[in-house]
Design a protein around this ligand. Structure first.
Ligand code: SAH
Length: 508
């Protein structure tokens, strides 16, 4: 049997980009991933499809594992000759009980490795622009727990020493004992005016920060309703330096963008939004379904050489075609005799991944524009053209090509089917907060979305961003206004257009 190994991996403080290269590599290899509540769930996307994911985090309602149970679970899994990643928030050994888990493994003769992570104090300080060390005012930093283990009395925090500490104190797990910490420090001689910053949800799009002098911080944090997880930073550096607030000044920071397209299509879209500081909620309203098996595709590819041109109208269509070809042991060489047209840069990029450089990529994105640009460049009257398209796209391109005298063969490669979802989370979100942008990337997604969500319930509570005029029109048919439309027909342009719009409205 293969020897098991357990990796105790730091997930970083929240932003999934803060995992280490080593951590990401191990997540992609693991048979089992045992993860905490504070480890960002989107990191689990790195796991193998067949990896087993086990949550041991505390969530209200759900069973949470006690430390002994986690230790036993790791040992049990390790007895199966597997690779196990124990994914822990921040760094595995900073208030992370990494030593207890590793200790048990050692006692059982199981190999382990530690993989360090970015601990919350560092994430919070750098994403909030607060320096823990600074050559002018802080030459030391201490990480302190505000909540000792249940068996130790609170009084084990040595306030007499901490009050005289000449540097920055960072308390973890201190929100429940904030008043106790503040008064303990003041009673032992710390200046009541000492700056304090509390950073909650550090490095996430929901990051919040409150600042106050030590004597007031308890009340102010309570008024601001600031909730864990949070670190409490106390020291002369715990002030905001506006110049250093790179994170909270991102264009989408504090805003929620709701994605509705198919789950696979959302991945790249979500990444772009996160890069601009936004938080993402995903409600995939459609799923893409291949139609090749039910079409005349097989017959047509057996005499592809008769076609002058083959048109691909979307990146998804390219994937469906090449996945099908692979399943019957074929590849890009079947198109060896054809000229290839791709609608849009993304379609062309996707073709490149399968080894095909398109002969024609239109400058503009809509199918109608493509038809007329194509006609002005190429003679296709009487020539055979194969159109590999989605069943739900409009017929502009077909009509344009047919009008120029081409002999058109059209094959529907895939279609979109509505997926029903429970709208409760979405409705709660738009009721709670107004900075929400609901996005639509196609008319079919609009229709599918409103099968699950009542348009009246979200009307005027959410702003709407659409990919283009056809999609916008469909939104209006459901009785809602479109607030913003992308300049180009891509999700990248949707994000860009939104960032520009928000920048202009804050500058104004
Ligand atoms: N091993 C973790 C700490 C676990 S103890 C690490 O190295 O970061 C849990 C405490 O970590 C929380 O009570 C909070 O004080 C802090 N914490 C974790 N994630 C945080 C976040 N995103 N923002 C602020 N504090 C966080």
């Amino acid at each position: 049997m293969k020897k098991s190994k357990v990796y105790l991996v730091g997930a970083g403080p929240g932003d999934p980009g803060l995992i280490t290269v080593r951590g990401a590599e191990l997540l992609a290899q693991a048979d089992y991933i045992v993860y905490d509540r504070l480890a960002n769930a989107s990191l689990l996307g790195l796991a193998r499809n067949d990896a087993q994911l086990i949550s041991v985090g505390k969530r209200s309602g759900a069973h949470s594992y006690k430390q002994d149970e986690i230790n036993d679970l790791l040992v049990d899994l390790a007895k199966q000759g597997k690779t196990i990643v124990r994914l822990k928030g921040g760094d595995p050994c900073i208030f992370g009980r990494g030593a207890e888990e590793a200790g048990q493994l050692v006692r059982e003769g199981i190999e382990f490795e530690f993989v360090p992570g970015v601990t919350a104090a560092l994430g919070a300080s750098e994403y909030a622009g607060i320096m823990l060390t600074h050559r002018d005012y802080s030459s030391a930093v201490a990480f302190v727990t505000g909540h000792e283990s249940d068996t130790k009395p609170q009084s084990s925090i040595d306030f007499a020493v901490l009050a005289k500490f000449d540097g920055t104190l960072v308390f973890y797990m201190g929100m429940g004992t904030l008043e106790y910490i503040a008064s303990g420090l003041i009673d032992n001689g710390m200046d009541p005016e000492m700056p304090v910053a509390i950073v909650a949800d550090a490095t996430l799009a929901t990051q919040r920060i409150v600042m106050a002098p030590l004597r007031e911080i308890g009340r102010i944090a309570l008024d601001a309703d600031i909730r864990p997880p949070a670190v409490i930073i106390i020291g002369r550096g715990a002030k905001s330096d506006e110049q250093l607030q790179w994170f909270t000044s991102k264009p989408l920071f504090g805003r929620t963008v709701i994605l509705t397209r198919d789950a696979a299509g959302n991945v790249e879209f979500a990444r772009r939004i996160a890069q601009q500081g936004g938080s993402v909620m995903q409600y995939p309203s459609i799923e893409l379904v291949g139609l090749i098996g039910q079409s005349s595709f097989e017959t047509q590819i057996s005499h592809l050489s008769e076609f002058e041109w083959v048109f691909f109208t979307s990146a998804n269509g390219v994937d469906f075609v090449f996945e099908h070809l692979a399943s019957v042991g074929k590849d890009a060489r079947v198109f060896g005799a054809n000229k290839i047209a791709a609608i849009g840069a993304r379609t062309a990029d996707k073709l490149k991944q399968y080894g095909i450089v398109a002969d024609f990529v239109p400058a503009r994105f809509t199918t109608a524009a493509l038809g007329s640009e194509f006609k002005s460049k190429f003679q296709i009257a009487g020539k055979k053209v194969l159109l590999l398209r989605s069943a739900i796209a409009n017929n502009d391109l077909d009509a344009g090509l047919a009008a120029s005298g081409a002999q058109l063969v059209r094959i529907d490669v895939y279609t979109a089917k509505p997926v029903a979802f429970d709208p409760k989370g979405l409705v709660d979100q738009v009721r709670r907060q107004r900075d929400n942008w609901l996005t639509f990337t196609s008319a079919s997604t609009v229709d599918a979305f409103f099968l699950s969500v009542n348009a009246d319930v979200i009307k005027n509570r959410v702003k709407i961003l659409s990919i283009g005029p056809v999609t916008s029109e469909q939104v209006r048919r459901h009785g809602l206004d479109v607030d913003l439309e992308a300049k180009e027909h891509t999700t990248a342009s949707m994000v860009e257009t939104l960032c520009e719009y928000l920048k202009e409205s804050t500058d104004a």
